[in-house]
Each structure stands twice: as structure tokens, then as C-alpha cells.
Design a protein around this ligand. Structure first.
Ligand SMILES: *Cc1c(COP(=O)(O)O)cnc(C)c1O
Length: 347
């Protein structure tokens, strides 16, 4: 039986044998007493790497974002972000409940905000205007197909935030991919964001975990909100150890995922040049059109061939490469795509 090539998301990775060993060997303690050495080591490592004072481990990326928005923005204020942002599209309205903020959404370019457009969207200060509380960006963009803002644009957005005296928040679920693609200094990119979240459970391949990263005072507040949200853990060192292992062993290889995504796009474009643009593949996410055929139908035919992809739109597939699919698996997926898309009924 052929192995399944699962390209639905980079969240489907399973911990490797070596990672499981690191988890089994982790020194642990009660983290709520500040006594889990593995958690503390990971928090210090990630804060330092990203140019910040402190970090706090959370079970999920959404919780990392939620505790940060709660810590950074007063209730009733507005967070300026891109219209397709994860925090708007995929968090079930969490920020409206937890931080009690509203969003001011701007349409950007593949999920990326334009600094001048953001400047123009900041409401004037004064009664009865809604007060602007933060600018939030995603790096890389999820629905934007893994597009990278990059350091220059992050700096320009920070300048806009500074002009108004508000924080620039970063949802860095795939920041590691952005850094791998750009080769930019993690501390420079992270340090230009007032506070940010990063995931360990996507490209890095850890089973669970994210971190909220920022200045000491912001993270102390985020830690309090993590407790209030029920996300403060005990012997979480077994999870932190997976994260530390992933940072040490799975970060540099992210460029392989990007090369695999690009290779799939090239292979499909070779046969169906109108359905995919290889130049648009900046990291590990790619979109492939299905012509006139419903994306769900194409995805089902691919699933019959043990290739799993997401039906993203009525005529659009989404593929995400990751640690558990190597170049050969991606070639097989690309070949299956080419064949299925060539089947009669496409036009
Ligand atoms: C995956 C993701 C998250 C958080 O996801 P969790 O499932 O909560 O870990 C947040 N933001 C973006 C952009 C993401 O892609």
C-alpha cells in the first residue's frame, strides 16, 4: 500500500523518534511554581533568539495571540489588521470575547499590510472616535499563501505604530518559515514587533506548543491571562523539550519544505501553466487552481490516490509542505495533481 502524502497542513506532523526521546528525557517540575527547567530554558531561548526580554509557553498559537492581545490592548479599542488574518478568520471570534477588541480590517497584498494604507486607516484621536489600540500582522500570512512581509516592511509598520504610540503585534505562527526564506536576523524581525507569538507545532514539527514573546511587563501580564484562560500548565517540560529539540534540529531544514513547495508548483505549472504560479510560492504554502472543476471533487480524486490536499475555494486547492513529506513524496503528489487536473471535464 502506498503511503499517504498529507499536504493539508503543516500541523499534521508527528514527533520523530529523536524528539520523543528528548521529551522522555526532559527534566520537569511544576511550571506554575516556576520550577520546570525545560520550560524556562525554552522560554529564555526563544525570547533571546527573537530579540526580546521574556516569553511564555502556551498550549496553542491561538492562546498565545489571545493573551498578547489581552495584555497589549484595552477593551473597546480597535486592532488594525489584514482582512484575511487568522485572528479574524479562524479564531471563532475569540478576540471579541477575550480581549474585547474590535478589528479594523484592511485588504492587503496576499495578507500583507501596506504601511501607508495602515497610516491612512488610523482614526483621528478624539471623542467619539474608536480608539486605535494596536496594529497586528501575520508573518508569514496563512490565507495569503505563506507570503512574507520581511524586515523592511515590518520596520515601516513599526514606524507607523510608533507615530501613534501603539504596539505592533505579530502573529508569527510561521515566523520560522519567513526567517528561513529571507535569511533575515530573527532578533531584528522579532525585535521590531512590540510582542509576537510563534508556533512550535507547525513547520518545526513539535506536537504541541507556542510562545508569546515580548517585553518583561507584557509577558508578565500575558502569563496572568494564560492562567485566567486556563492554559497554565504543570510539568510542561515534556512539551518544551519537544520545542527545544525542534528549534535545534528542524529550523534550518525549513528551506527544504520551501523547495518542495516550489517544485510541486513548477511540476504542475509545466503541465497546467494557468493553474499555478511558481513565482508566488514564497515559503511552504501553495495554491493550485482546478479550472472549472469543483475543488472538492479534485481533492477527493487525489485522496483516492493517497494524496491529501485542502479544498480552499470553489476552484482552488491549498497544499502545505512540511517535515513529514520529503521531495519524493512531493513529486508523487505533483504527478497525481498533474494527472487528475488533465482528466476530461477540466475545461
Ligand atoms: C495556525 C495558526 C495559528 C494558531 O493555531 P493553533 O492551532 O492555535 O496553534 C495562529 N495564526 C496563524 C497565522 C496560524 O496559521
Amino acid at each position: 500500500m502506498t503511503a499517504v502524502v498529507d499536504l493539508r497542513s503543516d500541523t499534521v506532523t508527528r514527533p520523530t523518534a529523536e524528539m520523543r526521546r528528548a521529551m522522555a528525557d526532559a527534566e520537569v517540575g511544576d511550571d506554575q511554581y516556576g520550577e520546570d527547567p525545560s520550560v524556562r530554558a525554552l522560554e529564555e531561548e526563544v525570547a533571546g533568539l527573537l530579540g526580546h526580554e521574556a516569553a511564555v509557553l502556551t498550549p496553542t498559537g491561538i492562546m498565545a495571540t489571545q493573551v498578547l492581545l489581552r495584555a497589549l490592548v484595552a477593551p473597546g479599542r480597535e486592532v488594525v489588521c489584514e482582512a484575511d488574518a487568522h485572528v479574524v478568520a479562524y479564531e471563532a471570534g475569540a478576540a471579541a470575547i477575550n480581549a474585547q477588541v474590535q478589528f479594523r480590517t484592511l485588504v492587503g497584498d496576499r495578507g500583507r499590510l501596506d504601511p501607508d494604507a495602515v497610516r491612512g486607516a488610523l482614526r483621528p484621536v478624539g471623542f467619539p472616535n474608536t480608539e486605535v489600540g494596536a496594529i497586528s500582522i501575520e508573518e508569514t500570512t496563512n490565507r495569503g499563501g505563506g507570503a512574507v512581509h520581511g524586515l523592511d516592511r515590518v520596520r515601516a509598520l513599526r514606524a507607523v505604530a510608533d507615530e501613534r504610540g501603539i504596539p505592533l503585534h505579530g502573529d508569527g505562527a510561521r515566523l520560522w518559515n519567513a526567517l528561513a526564506a529571507s535569511g533575515e536576523d530573527p532578533a531584528a524581525v522579532g525585535g521590531n514587533l512590540t510582542a509576537l507569538s510563534v508556533c512550535l507545532s507547525k513547520g518545526l514539527g513539535a506536537p504541541v506548543g507556542s510562545l508569546a514573546v515580548g517585553p518583561e511587563a507584557v509577558i508578565a501580564d500575558a502569563r496572568l491571562w494564560r492562567r485566567r484562560f486556563g492554559g497554565a500548565m504543570r510539568q510542561a517540560g515534556v512539551l518544551a523539550a519537544a520545542g527545544s529539540y525542534a528549534l535545534a534540529h528542524h529550523r534550518e531544514r525549513l528551506v527544504e519544505d520551501h523547495a518542495n513547495a516550489h517544485a510541486i508548483a513548477e511540476r504542475v505549472a509545466g503541465a497546467h501553466g494557468d493553474l499555478v504560479d511558481p513565482a508566488a510560492v514564497m515559503t511552504n504554502i501553495l495554491y493550485v487552481g482546478t479550472g472549472r472543476r469543483p475543488a472538492g471533487e479534485v481533492a477527493a480524486e487525489l485522496a483516492d490516490q493517497q494524496v491529501l490536499v485542502g479544498a480552499f475555494g470553489p476552484h482552488l486547492l491549498r497544499l502545505v509542505t512540511h517535515l513529514d513529506v520529503d521531495a519524493a513524496a512531493c513529486r508523487r503528489a505533483a504527478d497525481a495533481l498533474v494527472a487528475v487536473l488533465a482528466a476530461p471535464g477540466r475545461r
